[in-house]
Write a protein that binds this ligand. Structure first.
Ligand SMILES: Cc1cc2nc3c(=O)[nH]c(=O)nc-3n(C[C@H](O)[C@H](O)[C@H](O)COP(=O)(O)O)c2cc1C
Ligand code: SF4
Length: 485
């Protein structure tokens, strides 16, 4: 099945007609407001803090840290771009492991005694670049945090293609994908891991980060624990038990590191795992039994069952609200077993499959989920994800989403790798650079699957001129010629 390229939907009428024909519920504004009147430019004042506009940079790893978990020049370049983007909310920068066995790859950043200074200086680089571009006081309404994680089932701390899974619970389908077996962390090990999160949070606070994100998305440990239905003991079974790991971390950081804000990025909904079919397209892998967190059962449109699936997420968010967590970034699924849900794309990454649905449906689902949760939890502040596939229409959908209260902030992931200062261009009313739009070629995901650093190989000359670019191109499963026509 092929879907029209976004770049070919050149007018609002053409875009709307495609959405209507395909039955994709996605609102957008035909015209962008002038900067002075744009809802995207409106500051957000929460609990005495001020965030200068509604753009947020989502966390994105580059697989480019040193062996001991410190940033390299590549990491610094990415964070500098985040600072220059014009967005006023930096949701965690990238996933940083709280200890070695929780690293998703041997080059993931890790917060330890030997790296805390370097990881603090990453924030300084970002703030400096923000001031250099937007003025010496520009960081007064900039909010920068650090995402803390343990990669759980997807840990590969020593060799990029050697999994060392430390799962939250067994999963009948996902376990089969680990021929070497899956070890489930014991209750005692989880207790100790809570302490590692506190130590890391203390280091982040000392390094000047205003908040930490306790990562609960994308199949990593914090997310898997929420779905640990079949796990015995105090961390499994009931929702009360499945949220214990998260609650313990939040409570311990609140009491151990007062002054540090805590936020949560959540895969608020999920699907059963997908696999590549004989013809290259993605299909749901059937299995019976209860497993996972917020799993949408209706596989037809994946929209019909969404509300029911989100009830669980809403219960978790209410619990977080009681623990004084105010900011939530909504994501969905996992890049490992349903990438079309997590990061809608026209072109699959190396380990992916051809999209089983129009990627716009994936975008619409993430926006709908965020809006649903915002209605269910009106005291929380929401950041939405999954907008990059919108390309030319991203600012129009973003403006509509904020203007109509579907979300408070719009998160940008891949778009910022390809076009780092898109937010500044929108907010300053400049014409957008069509040649810089992320076209969802997925090379930034394919690179790491080959053990290479991540970056926008097709569109960022800095990466297209690196030696790795040839390797990525060789395995690219698709022809990108004419993608922006
Ligand atoms: C190269 C790459 C690295 C990513 N790393 C992280 C990460 O460290 N933490 C995280 O929560 N999400 C990560 N993500 C997911 C993004 O934050 C985002 O949810 C996803 O790309 C969808 O948003 P988009 O459509 O704007 O790209 C990553 C995505 C990409 C493409
Ligand atoms: S490699 Fe570049 S164009 Fe492709 S998905 Fe990543 S950011 Fe977008």
């Amino acid at each position: 099945m092929s879907y029209p390229r976004i770049a070919s939907l050149k007018t609002a009428a053409a875009f709307r007609a495609h959405l209507e024909r395909s039955g994709i519920p996605l609102g957008f504004d035909d015209m962008l407001d002038p900067p002075a009147e744009s809802p995207l430019a409106e500051p957000l004042e929460i609990d005495g803090g001020r965030i200068g506009n509604r753009f947020c940079i989502l966390p994105m790893e580059g697989w480019d840290g040193t062996r001991d978990g410190a940033p390299t020049e590549l990491t610094r370049r990415r964070w500098t771009h985040f600072g220059q983007s014009g967005a006023k909310l930096i949701w965690g920068g990238e996933a940083v492991a709280v200890r070695h066995d929780g690293r998703a790859n041997p080059h993931q950043l890790m917060l330890s005694a030997s790296t805390e200074g370097a990881i603090a200086s990453l924030r300084d680089d970002l703030v400096r670049s923000h001031r250099d571009r937007f003025g010496s006081n520009a960081d007064r309404d900039l909010w920068v945090g650090l995402q803390l994680t343990h990669s759980g089932r997807y840990a590969r701390p020593d060799v990029y293609d050697r999994p060392a899974p430390l799962a939250g619970s067994h999963h009948p389908v996902l376990d089969r994908r680990f021929p070497g077996g899956v070890r489930v962390l014991t209750d005692d090990e989880l207790d100790r891991l809570v302490d590692d999160f506190i130590i890391a949070a203390r280091r982040a606070y000392a390094g000047g980060y205003q908040f930490v994100d306790i990562k609960a998305c994308h199949g990593y440990l914090g997310h898997e624990m929420l779905g640990a239905r079949n796990r015995p003991g105090k961390y499994g079974g009931s929702l009360e038990n499945r949220t214990r790991f998260m609650r313990s971390i939040v409570e311990a950081i609140h009491s151990g590191v007062p002054g540090l804000e805590i936020v949560v990025r959540l895969s608020a909904f999920d699907t059963v795992p997908y696999r590549k079919r004989w013809d290259g397209s993605g299909e749901a892998e059937p299995f019976d039994g209860e497993c996972g967190f917020g799993v949408v059962r209706d596989d037809g449109s994946l929209h019909a069952g969404l509300d029911t699936a989100l009830e669980e997420a809403a219960a978790v968010l209410r619990m977080l609200e009681r623990l004084h967590v105010r900011w939530i970034c909504v994501s969905g699924g996992s890049p490992y077993y349903n990438p079309h849900v997590q990061r809608p794309a026209l072109f699959p990454p190396l380990d992916g499959y051809e999209p089983p649905e129009d990627p716009l449906r994936g975008v619409a689902r993430q926006i709908a989920a965020t809006a649903w949760l915002k209605r269910a939890c009106p005291n929380l502040v929401f950041v939405g994800s999954g907008y990059s596939y919108l390309q030319e229409w991203l600012p129009h959908v973003a403006q509509h989403a904020v203007r109509t209260g579907l979300t408070d902030c719009v998160g940008l992931g891949r778009m910022v790798l390809a076009y780092p200062d898109l937010p500044a261009d929108v907010l300053e009313g400049r014409p957008l650079r069509r040649g810089s739009f992320c076209r969802t070629f997925s090379d930034c995901t394919t690179g790491p699957r080959l053990g290479l650093v991540s970056g926008c190989y097709p569109l960022d000359r800095f990466y297209s001129e690196r030696p790795e670019a040839g390797q990525v191109k060789m395995v690219r499963a698709h022809d990108i010629q004419g993608a922006s026509r």
